[in-house]
Design a protein around this ligand. Structure first.
Ligand code: FES
Ligand code: FES
Length: 188
């Protein structure tokens, strides 16, 4: 039920992992706090709360976003995917499976953000987006190879206090290879 009109609050609907969540939020509420404190979606972690660690990364309309810097009202009606929404039933998302198989974590606190970010990275790369590590950004050069250097640069917004970086890079590379293989099979 809609609340009484207020200059400080708005009624919004957050679309998260395929479900609609009507909420009344203070305009200062971040998307991260709405997820964790209002909707019990605690898979998304709060690290710095200042946009510096990447622990709170989610996907909004398929693009990576640090949810601590996103106001909940600005996410009204947009398609949000959190780490809870990546698996297909009991089947983990290929990025989740790669992190599990290759030990892409230690304490696991940064892992949901790392995984959401990696899902975004792989799609950005598949779409041909260059990064700051790309040598030749001319369109005719084509998409860059997803080298470890490219992965490190593209994942550089996600910090890991346990320094599981070597395994994280391996996991992202494996998941990207699987995605490329699946895409090739789809057109064959
Ligand atoms: S908690 Fe959002 S970037 Fe650190
Ligand atoms: S696995 Fe511990 S912070 Fe990354």
């Amino acid at each position: 039920m809609a609340s009484a009109p207020s200059p400080n609050r708005s009624d919004i609907t957050l679309h998260i992992n395929g479900e609609k969540h009507p909420l009344t939020v203070d305009h200062r509420t971040t998307l991260l706090d709405a997820l964790r404190e209002r909707l019990d979606l605690t898979g998304t972690k709060k690290g710095c709360d200042q946009g510096q660690c990447g622990a709170c990364t989610v996907l909004i309309d398929g693009r990576r976003s640090v949810s601590c810097l996103q106001l909940a009202v600005a996410a009204d009606g947009r398609e949000i995917t959190t780490v809870e929404g990546l698996a297909d039933g009991d089947r983990l998302h290929p990025v989740q499976q790669a992190f599990l198989d290759l030990d892409g974590y230690q304490c696991g606190y940064c892992t949901p953000g790392q995984i959401c970010s990696a899902v975004g990275v792989i799609e950005e790369h598949a779409a041909g987006w260059p990064s700051a590590a790309t040598d030749d950004v001319r369109p005719e050069a084509g998409p860059p190879e997803l080298t470890p250097e490219e992965i490190r640069e593209r994942m550089s917004g996600n910090l890991c206090r346990c320094a599981a970086y070597v395994s994280i890079v391996d996991a992202v590379a494996r998941a990207a290879d699987e995605r490329a293989h699946d895409a090739e099979e789809a057109v064959a």
